[in-house]
Design a protein around this ligand. Sequence first.
Ligand code: SF4
Length: 352
Amino acid sequence: MHQKLHHWYQLNKRDLPWRNTNNPYIIWLSEIILQQTRVEQGSPYFINFVKNYETITQFANADINDILKLWQGLGYYSRARNMHNTAQIIRDNYNGEFPNNYNELIKLKGIGPYTAAAIASFAFNEPKSVVDGNVYRVIARFAGIYTDINSTEGKKEFALAAQELLDSENPATHNQAMMELGAMVCKPQNPDCINCPIQENCFAFSKKEQANLPVKIKKLKTKERYFNYFVFEFGNKTYLKQRGPKDIWQGLFEFPMLEMSLLKNPSEVLDELVKNEFISKTEKVKIQFLENYKHILTHQKLFASFWKITCKTKPNLSNECIEIEIDEIKKYAVPRLLEKLISNDKLQHQLF
Ligand code: SF4
């Protein structure tokens, strides 16, 4: 595998401005820039940085505002600041020379396992595997690893597999070749297996599993929602509505509500009640704030405000709402959020 991979790399590697160097400063610069951008977009930034600061000491001596200006457009500005700090530490504590091994490199601020491995192997030929997004994909397919690449367990497993596959005689070339193979041949969609130098031993190729590897479980983002609940009081009656399908709390009962940003005061509540035709413009109602609650669900964070609306005439609610005696409410299945309100001792006299 190693021979074929290296041969392919020598024939096919792209001529990128940071290749063919073992200068750790240049490697570091390119790796940090490329962590957040594609090669085509990152190249002009890289060239500009090297032109302005030829050495790490020049970079360390630069004004941070000039660095940020050159960085402009790359995003993640904390990385530029961390780089500047790291450069100053190397200037002051390491005589302006990068440490020449992984264990020392990893101690530097802003240098994580990936960058430390890249510098250690590309600049000092230390047998350390480098695992970027492209390499994760190649290894998952080649070795048939189905563990989620975003999980802690997956990260450990891939790091071990990468280290086992590493050509320890030629770590720099091997790592570059794996990264290049992932970028150019073993692409996320439609990998070019026919022209792949390691096809012969590839698990995904032999089992036609390319589309199923790597396994990447996306973390669902937590959604924030804001519920304004109205506890209408009309005589000794109040109103509930049963929640429908395709949302949380299907089948449970809740007070009539508006899902929108939280209303802050009685006057905003009145405006919304009129706008949504719950009450008429001329209706005189009493509006009292009851309570605010925060409630966390697996992928949702709910913020709820409860308002008591005392009406002289029956509120104009949809047919889906049921009218009940206020003290019957405990018979209905309600979400935990409403239960908190109903069972709040301090609110008993206001509610019932
Ligand atoms: S054979 Fe196909 S799936 Fe396997 S490493 Fe090569 S390009 Fe990727």
